[in-house]
Design a protein around this ligand. Structure first.
Ligand code: FO1
Ligand code: CA
Length: 338
C-alpha cells in the first residue's frame, strides 16, 4: 500500500505515472481541501476534483482543473446577468460564521454566485451540485467523494484530508485577508503575501480513513508546501502520523527555481526559503527526498536524484520510480538500524 498527499498540479501529474509503479487498488490519495469554496451554495473542491477528473480520464490537461471540452453556458449567463445590472464580477463574500442546517458554512469560504468569479464549466458544476446535495442529504464529505469516485470509475482510493471545513486565507502586505481562490483566481496571485493562515484547521480533524492511509508509506509529490500541504499539516495529529511512517517528498524546486505556480511567493510570505532547502525545512518528518539531477542542494536526509520535470506519463513514471527507490532505501535503513 502507498499513500499520496495531493494538491495543486504537482502530485496529480506524478499520479499519472504512479499506476505503473504501484497497483492503483493499493493506492490512496489524500487531497487538500483548504482551497475549497462554496459558490452560490455549491461546494467546489479543486484539489479533490483534479485527482477525480484525472483518474476518470476527463481532466482538462491544459489547465489541470475542470473537465476537458466542458461548456460554460451557465457561467457565461451568471456573468452576463451580473454585468447587466451593474453588479460586476468581483468575489462577493456571503454570510457569517454561523452553523447552517447542521453543516458548517463559514463566511471565509462562502461566496455568492452573482458574477461568478471562478470559471465553472457546466459538467464541472454538475459535480459540485451532486456533492453538495449528498452533503445536504447527511453524507460526510468523504462519503460524497466516494460516490463521485465510483461515478468516475476511479481505481485509487480518493480521500479528502478532513470532513471539517478548513480555509486557506492569504494575508496581504496591503492588510487584506483573501481566500486562496480570491488571491489566486480573482487577483491572479499578484498581491504581495504577508502570511498564510489555515482557518478552521485547529478545530478540524483528519478523518479515520486518512489516519489509516497514513499508516502506509507516504509520497508527497512536487506540490506547493504552503497551500497544498500546509492545510493538511495544520490538522491536529497529521504530522505525528507522518513521523511514524516512511515519507518521501519530491521537491517542486530545482535549487531556488520552481517549475510552476505560486510556491515561491507563498513560501517567502510565510518566512520559508523559496527553494529545495525551504521544502526540506517544511517537511521535518520526511525521511527522503527526490531532487532534480541539476539541483545543487545538499540535504541531511536520504536523496534520490532524477530529472524531476513532469510533462507526461513517462516522466511521471521516472519520478515515481525514484520515489519507490527512496522508500526502499528508507525501509532498508530502518531494518539495519540497531
Ligand atoms: N483557476 C483559475 O486560474 N481560474 C479559474 O477560473 C478557475 C476555476 C476553477 C474552477 C473549478 C476548479 O476546481 C478549479 C478552478 N481553478 C481555476 C483552479 C484553482 O483555482 C486552483 O488552481 C487550485 O485551487 C489550486 O490547487
Ligand atoms: Ca517519517
Amino acid at each position: 500500500m502507498v499513500t499520496f498527499l495531493a494538491g495543486g498540479t504537482g502530485t496529480p501529474k506524478l499520479l499519472d505515472g504512479a499506476a505503473r509503479v504501484w497497483d492503483p487498488a493499493e493506492t490512496a490519495v489524500v487531497a487538500n481541501t483548504g482551497d475549497d469554496v462554496e459558490l452560490g451554495g455549491h461546494l467546489v473542491c479543486p484539489d479533490v476534483d483534479t485527482v477525480l477528473f484525472a483518474g476518470g480520464g476527463v481532466l482538462d490537461r491544459e489547465t489541470w482543473w475542470g473537465i476537458d471540452g466542458d461548456t460554460t453556458a451557465t457561467h457565461a449567463e451568471l456573468r452576463r446577468l451580473a454585468e447587466e445590472v451593474g453588479l460586476g464580477t468581483s468575489p462577493r463574500y456571503l454570510g457569517d460564521d454561523a452553523q447552517t442546517a447542521g453543516r458548517e458554512i463559514a463566511r471565509w469560504r462562502r461566496f455568492s454566485a452573482v458574477g461568478e468569479f471562478m470559471e465553472i464549466g457546466d459538467r464541472d458544476r454538475a459535480v459540485h451540485l451532486t456533492r453538495t446535495s449528498l452533503l445536504d442529504e447527511g453524507k460526510s464529505l468523504t462519503e460524497a467523494i466516494r460516490v463521485l469516485a465510483d461515478a468516475f470509475d476511479l481505481d485509487v482510493e480518493l480521500l479528502p484530508m478532513s470532513d471539517d471545513p478548513v480555509a486557506t486565507l492569504v494575508h496581504t502586505e496591503g492588510g487584506e485577508t483573501l481566500h486562496f481562490q480570491e488571491y489566486w483566481v480573482a487577483r491572479r496571485g499578484e498581491p504581495p503575501v504577508a502570511d498564510v493562515e489555515f482557518r478552521g484547521a485547529a478545530d478540524a480533524e483528519p478523518t479515520g480513513a486518512v489516519l489509516d492511509a497514513l499508516a502506509d508509506p507516504v509520497v508527497i509529490g512536487p506540490s506547493n508546501p504552503v497551500t497544498s500541504l500546509g492545510p493538511m499539516l495544520a490538522l491536529p495529529g497529521f504530522e505525528r502520523a507522518l513521523r511514524e511512517t516512511p515519507v518521501v517528498a519530491v521537491s517542486p524546486f530545482v535549487g531556488d527555481k520552481v517549475f510552476s505556480g505560486p510556491a515561491a511567493d507563498l513560501m517567502e510570505g510565510v518566512g520559508r526559503e523559496p527553494s529545495t532547502t525551504g521544502v526540506a525545512d517544511s517537511y521535518p518528518f520526511a525521511d527522503a527526498f527526490v531532487l532534480d539531477d541539476a539541483d545543487p542542494t545538499g540535504l541531511d536526509r536520504h536523496v534520490e536524484r532524477t530529472d524531476t520535470r513532469i510533462d507526461g506519463a513517462d516522466d511521471a513514471e521516472r519520478v515515481a520510480r525514484a520515489c519507490e527507490r527512496a522508500l526502499a532505501a528508507v525501509a532498508d535503513n530502518s531494518v539495519d538500524a540497531p
